[in-house]
Design a protein around this ligand. Sequence first.
Ligand SMILES: *Cc1c(COP(=O)(O)O)cnc(C)c1O
Length: 498
Amino acid sequence: MYISTRGGEAKLSAAEAIKAGIAPDGGLFVPTVFPSIDKQQLIHLANSSYPQRALTILSKFLVDYSEEELLTCINNAYSDTKFDSKKIAPLVQVSSDKYVLELWHGPTSAFKDMALQLLPQLLSKALSKTNETDKIVILVATSGDTGKAALEGFKDVDQTEIIVFYPHDGVSQIQRLQMITQEGANVAVAAVHGNFDDAQTGVKKIFNDKAFGATLAQQGYRLSSANSINWGRLVPQIVYYFSAYADLVKEKRIEVGQRINFVVPTGNFGNILAGYYAKKMGLPIDKLICASNDNNVLSEFFKTGKYDRRRSFYKTLSPSMDILISSNLERLLYHITDNNASLISTWMNQLSTQGFYEIDSQYLEAIKEIFWADWVDDKNTVTTMRRVYLENKYLIDPHTAVAWEIGDRYRIQTGDTTPLIILSTASPFKFSDSVLESISTERDGSDKTEFEKLDEVARITGWSVPKRLRALEKAKPSHLQVCNKEEMPAFIKHTLLT
Ligand SMILES: *Cc1c(COP(=O)(O)O)cnc(C)c1O
């Protein structure tokens, strides 16, 4: 069963929690008990395909779904028509004891596909399992990758509508093109003036607006979320931590039971939280290393115990990590405080009214046993992309570069030589501007179009441009609306009710 981090009464089934997205009291749903996995099961996973691994993990959390239902969902999500790697999330060795987990082989070339191919399937099943007759309206605030991945996942899924808001100046040109050319009869997209937090705050406000919800309900619409606060977004992400470990065992790089570390480029804290859940289930993870960019609110928190959003917001080369409120941290705090919902409510209230909160040192110490954190600026991000390319003949995007650099720093500062897996969250082709800047010998490529840049990256590296990205050049833009954050409710009403 699932309960709210803020102590709301209701205990929901997985299907109900996925349908609701956020809890009625503003908290996030967490499982009341954590399933575990033993050595035998880890060995079994090593000899399984990715879909089989997913079935093993998901069936432990989504106990109200039948095995057959889960298999249908999984096979629809992780098929080779959608992913360009049979392994779904391949693990690449880059040096001894250092690996990259490539999470970007899905339809939008970003790691969000790992979760957002599966969430719509789980949600659609949840609707029929709970006899829901309303249409579910998925509201998404995106810093870039989520929006497109959600649109792709939900397009033309029965009984759903999807509305995506992205920050007008906060996404790359390719990301924007991906969204404004989206096809599907149930999709809408608008740019919002401001940054990602403006868009996210706007969406949160709409979720909390009871009157607005009632107006939509009269017309048979019910709001839900595909942001990483939805349990159906998080649970698929636990799978690839197990999958990476299983691959290491299968390739005989480690013994079953041996500990490994992960370094994760972090924004909303969803990806790394899934790693924490894997560890809670018994996956032998020693450290989870949290990597941030100039928006270093998380790395400061992990060092000082003070979460303080009263700071400048920076637009960086890794825009999907340009976040000042990492929503999923709330879930970690809930577990670390031994399910102290009233303490969580106090902190979250303080965050929204005063802009900061500070946790007690006992909790900080507990967090530090598991997490390590640091941050990297843009200049260093570019240097890292170049260094990795020259040293390893391996191309990474700026988000992955942030993680790579922090992983190296961790090893140097701690002397810890535990095998390290770097989570790679976007195809380098999605960020061809900065990738090109880092690997090109030409002084200035700024006069090139986005598509010439893609081709140039391909020419230099010999890698091929993902087909769907290349095809954007000829796709027709159909979603060009721009609004203020105050106008977001009106945009929704206009989309649904006219
Ligand atoms: C979303 C995203 C991240 C951050 O992941 P969180 O789960 O929000 O911490 C990192 N890199 C890329 C490319 C992303 O799209």
